[in-house]
Write a protein that binds this ligand. Structure first.
Ligand SMILES: [Zn+2]
Length: 405
């Protein structure tokens, strides 16, 4: 298959895997734990952690990651001497792990919207996420030094992200969109992951998050609405009519009790489906792919909403297009040579037939069945082993212990 595209990642959330499962709670209580980890990271510890996480992604067959990056500044929001140090750490981590990265540099200006729609100031760990305004965000991103097409090097490019309607006031969004238009770069945003976000947004703007982002010009073929879980009929029309990408993160959305988004309605409306492992509750895009279909089955009591081919396209071509690598996904002279192989003779996949091989991969294989990954013609995973990072579990354990200590 073409290499898999992980269109939505926050690398540091990987440190929370397994440790937030013992108690009750919601998305919002999980977010408090996530902020504790965000508070502790520095450039050195984030380089180790992200390198290990991206190496785990490579072992799962992921050749490109869209890193939705908002941990920009030092403690208390004091910028590092190089104000892009944390972003550059992520680019270096991807290089060490052998995968492509689109640094979706995220604009994050306010701390949230209260239930009655009032903007809250940045507080505590959020201070590290914030730029003064969209113009300050754009000047910082400018300093990354991308070429006219947003490329930062052979395996790295920059894109834009509006964290959400909670974190970016509507009158600041155009600054982010204008920067992205200048570079032909992707624009991603979290959209309607939680019902509370919709309520606060309606109170603030008398409009849904999708409507606010659409009015700001953020939704179009280069736009990606991440999650898109709790939508109205007119939201679905806006996203579909705009030929927008919609990134589902089903393992995270299940883990955080978000809900099940209207994948089939969005695809029927014209939106392009992509996939992300987001909080990295697991990193397994094959699992995420089948969960799109399984979620529809649970909600409708019927089977067969998405074919394995459609889900594979979401995991490969569409995902790559949404993060600015449209020439991955095609086996053609001149296209980027990113390929993954999945074994059909493992305990999970044995019995597969040639005629239904893709169904076996999408509906029964896991990341553990990935055997090889080639990125840009170079072997990154061979015979199930990472070629560049010798001990991926060891690196993960050490990097996570360092930030949880
Ligand atoms: Zn996210």
């Amino acid at each position: 298959m073409p290499g898999l595209a992980n269109a939505h990642s926050h690398a540091f959330h990987r440190a929370l895997r397994g440790i937030t499962q013992a108690s009750r709670g919601t998305f919002w209580t999980w977010r408090e734990r996530m902020y504790q980890v965000a508070e502790r990271l520095d450039p050195d510890s984030y380089l180790s952690l992200a390198t290990a996480v991206y190496a785990e992604m490579a072992l799962a067959g992921i050749s490109s990651v869209g890193e939705f990056h908002y941990l920009h500044h030092g403690p208390g929001g004091v910028p590092y001497a190089n104000s892009n140090e944390m972003g550059q750490v992520l680019i270096e981590a991807a290089r060490r792990a052998g995968i492509r990265i689109t640094l979706l540099d995220t604009c994050y200006l306010v701390g949230g919207l209260s239930a009655d729609g009032r903007q809250q100031p940045l507080e505590g760990p959020q201070l590290r996420f914030g730029d003064a305004d969209a113009q300050a965000w754009a000047s910082r991103v400018e300093a990354l030094g991308a070429d006219a097409s947003g490329q930062l090097g052979p395996g790295a490019r920059v894109g834009a992200a509006i964290h959400s309607v909670r974190a970016v006031p509507a009158d600041q969004m155009h600054g982010v969109v204008a920067w992205a238009q200048r570079y032909g770069a992707p624009v991603h945003a979290h959209v309607s992951e939680q019902v509370a976000e919709n309520r606060a947004c309606l109170a603030a703007y008398r409009a849904t998050p999708t409507e606010v982002l659409s009015d700001a010009g953020a939704l179009g073929p280069r736009g990606t609405a991440v999650h898109a879980t709790h939508l109205t009929g007119s939201d679905i029309e806006l996203l579909g009519g705009g030929r927008c990408h919609v990134c589902f993160c089903p393992t995270t959305e299940a883990d955080l009790a978000d809900g099940i988004g209207p994948a089939r309605d969005l695809a029927d409306g014209g939106a392009m489906l992509t996939l992300g492992s987001d909080s990295h509750a697991v990193i397994d895009l094959l699992e995420d792919a089948r969960r799109v279909e399984l979620g529809e089955r649970l909600a409708s009591h019927e089977r067969g909403h998405f074919t394995a081919g459609e889900l594979a396209t979401a995991a490969t071509e569409s995902g790559h297009a949404s993060i600015g690598w449209p020439d991955v996904g095609e086996f053609a002279v001149g296209a980027l040579a990113d390929f993954v192989t999945v074994a059909l003779d493992t305990p999970r996949t044995a019995g597969a037939t040639q005629a239904t091989a893709l169904e076996s991969v999408i509906f029964s294989a896991t990341a553990a069945d990935v055997r090889s990954l080639v990125v840009g013609g170079r072997d990154v995973v061979a015979a199930g082993r990472h070629v560049l990072v010798a001990d991926v579990p060891g690196e993960l354990s050490a990097a996570i212990a360092a930030v949880l200590r």
